[in-house]
Design a protein around this ligand. Structure first.
Ligand code: PMP
Length: 362
């Protein structure tokens, strides 16, 4: 049998949670709530659902390999030229395309401690070398990241807001970083949660593209747009980078229903507004409740909060699970005392808080 590359052999497989239905059967519960994957708690936009259903009539056909209509819709919505867009099967897919296009064995990739799990996977799978800088206040230490850049550095990954911590960088911080970064290094700015931010100083990566030729912005339809199950995201960058990414992209990487639903949901302003309002109220409720329990909450600009329990989070996670509340342990991010909780509907947040209080006081 052929041997995989050393990079691939060194990887740990991703361990997914059990499906909620399976857990309900196992635990004899009927009302499990899942606040673990930063999904949209409202369910899908009805407009997107109708478009996906209609697209199913063509499931015997390959989807449009260029994603023509979705790119037109993205142009209308964000002012992005279609030749600056690379569509992906979720933004994970475009992150992987970026690694495939840019990384050779031995190249260096800089990202921060507590960074999104996909960055180490795609770095290592490319046999590139990860250079991980220490976090500052759970967020990015941009000075340390700049200091870590060498002539071997090809990529820097920054998620803004960051998963799992929820921390974020201001426009001024990000621009100062980009101004100091050599143009030979590509910054991948992962904006999976950008829609949720309420800070007036929060940067819009798409607006910065004209200023920085070495910037790639990734976005997803999985979070605020509520289409996680369909897998659609995109990268925005200058024409040259976009051309490279599209060379390594598989032609039919986004399905017909996904293309149709994404195109449709961009028109559903009411859904996005409801999503953001639900998140705002739920965030306030969860943070207040967690603080009342005496817990340390990391301020978050996303649709989740990361909370420090002051004790190992593994057993607490397990006991929440047994009581039908699924949250996310972040021990594999080297945060063994923290849990990440996605913002749900008010009733879900309330139940999560009640069960957490019960578990912590037991
Ligand atoms: N980036 C970040 C920071 C994320 O948290 C996620 C989802 N967990 C993704 C990218 C990928 O999302 P998707 O592939 O669903 O677009």
């Amino acid at each position: 049998i052929a041997r995989a590359t050393p990079g691939v052999q060194g990887l740990q497989p991703y361990v997914p949670g059990k499906p909620a239905q399976e857990l309900e059967r196992e635990l004899g519960l009927t009302d499990i709530i899942k606040l673990a994957s930063n999904e949209n708690p409202l369910g899908p936009s009805p407009v997107a659902l109708a478009a996906a259903q209609q697209a199913l009539a063509e499931l015997h056909l390959y989807p449009d390999a260029s994603g023509y209509r979705l790119k037109q819709a993205l142009q209308q919505h964000y002012g992005l030229s279609p030749d600056c867009i690379t569509l992906g099967n979720g933004s994970n897919d475009v992150l992987e395309l970026i690694a495939r296009a840019f990384l050779r064995p031995g190249d260096e990739v800089v990202y921060s401690q507590y960074a999104f799990l996909v960055y180490p996977i795609i770095t290592q799978a490319s046999s590139a070398t990860a250079v991980v800088t220490e976090a500052r206040d759970w967020g990015h230490d941009l000075d340390a990241m700049l200091a870590a850049v060498t002539e071997r550095t090809r990529l820097v990954f920054i998620a803004n807001p960051n998963n799992p911590t929820g921390t974020w960088l201001s426009r001024a911080q990000l621009c100062a970083f980009m101004d100091a970064l050599p143009v030979s290094v590509v910054l991948v700015l992962d904006e999976a949660y950008t829609e949720y931010s309420e800070d007036p100083d929060f940067p819009d990566g798409l607006e910065l593209l004209a200023r920085y030729p070495n910037l790639v912005v990734t976005r997803t339809f999985s979070k605020a747009w509520g289409l996680a199950g369909l897998r659609v995201g995109f990268a925005a960058a200058n024409r040259e980078i976009t051309d490279l990414l599209n060379r390594v992209r598989q032609p039919f990487n986004v399905s017909g229903p996904a293309l149709a639903a994404a195109e449709a949901v961009l028109q559903d302003r009411a859904y996005l507004a409801r999503t953001l309002e639900t998140n705002r109220a739920g965030m306030r409720q969860l943070i207040d409740g967690l603080k009342r329990l005496g817990l340390a909450v990391i301020p978050s600009a996303g649709n989740f909060v990361c909370v420090g329990l002051g004790r190992p989070a593994g057993p607490v996670y397990q006991q929440l699970l047994e009581r039908g509340v699924i949250v996310r342990p972040v021990a594999n991010y080297q945060m063994p005392d923290h849990l990440r909780i996605s913002i749900g509907l008010l009733a879900q947040n309330l139940r999560c808080l009640q069960v957490l209080e019960e578990v912590l006081s037991a």
